[in-house]
Design a protein around this ligand. Structure first.
Ligand code: SF4
Length: 209
């Protein structure tokens, strides 16, 4: 896993831009203290530790599921009552934390999105263009799938012996097992609570503004 900027670049930054636009204060304009939006973030009680405040005063995070004392199970029960039992966890289409099941789901149910993620996977092979241009060249190649094989050729229908072997050094304290290879990481992804447990990188491009 390389340095990750997806949450900061693809979510927090665009959200801040949109919120500033809604409030009528474009980037760098000072926003008065009493002007803010209330942002609802769907963190359930079993993910309590992932509920975070925003890092700017013009956005105040609220966590209604925690206020209502709803667990993930309560959410599933509610969605099931509405006929929406198959609602997936929130995540980006081309997330490197997907397991094989999620990749298969995209491939088998949405050819257009599959073409999109395959193209995205090919486009990241040499790493981040801006980092490469500034001398922080990626040593090696980037892939979305854990097998480090182009996505349209990756073994998403089964876990290979090589993937198992690659996991062996990680077994122990932090168990990565076959369930994660198949289902991906258990967390969904939301702003200020990135999937995979690593804090989002925020400061390269003035995201705190
Ligand atoms: S779901 Fe989260 S971790 Fe995955 S690519 Fe999107 S922002 Fe990054």
């Amino acid at each position: 896993m390389t340095r990750r900027q997806c949450t900061g670049e693809y979510k927090i930054k665009p959200i801040k831009k949109a919120v500033r636009k809604l409030l009528g204060y474009p980037y760098r304009a000072r926003i008065p203290k009493d002007i803010f939006v209330e942002q609802w973030v769907g963190i359930s009680t079993d993910e309590f530790h992932r509920a975070k405040d925003s890092d700017v005063k013009y956005m105040r995070n609220r966590h209604p599921l925690i206020d209502m004392n709803w667990s993930r199970g309560d959410c599933v029960k509610y969605l099931t009552s509405l006929g929406l039992a198959d609602t997936p966890k929130s995540s980006c289409l081309g997330c490197p934390f997907h397991g094989n099941a999620q990749w298969r789901h995209i491939r088998d149910t949405s050819p257009e999105e599959w073409t999109d993620v395959v193209a995205f996977d090919a486009a990241i092979r040499q790493g981040n263009a801006r980092a490469n241009a500034t001398g922080n060249r990626l040593l090696g190649q980037a892939f979305l799938h854990r097998s480090r094989v182009p996505l349209d050729q990756a073994p998403i229908d089964h876990v290979t012996a090589a993937e198992w072997a690659a996991l062996q050094p990680q077994l122990g304290e932090e168990q990565v097992d076959v369930a994660e290879l198949e289902q991906g990481v258990s967390d969904g992804c939301s702003p200020w609570a990135c999937r995979g447990g690593v804090e989002p990188v925020q400061d390269d491009f003035g995201l705190a503004s």
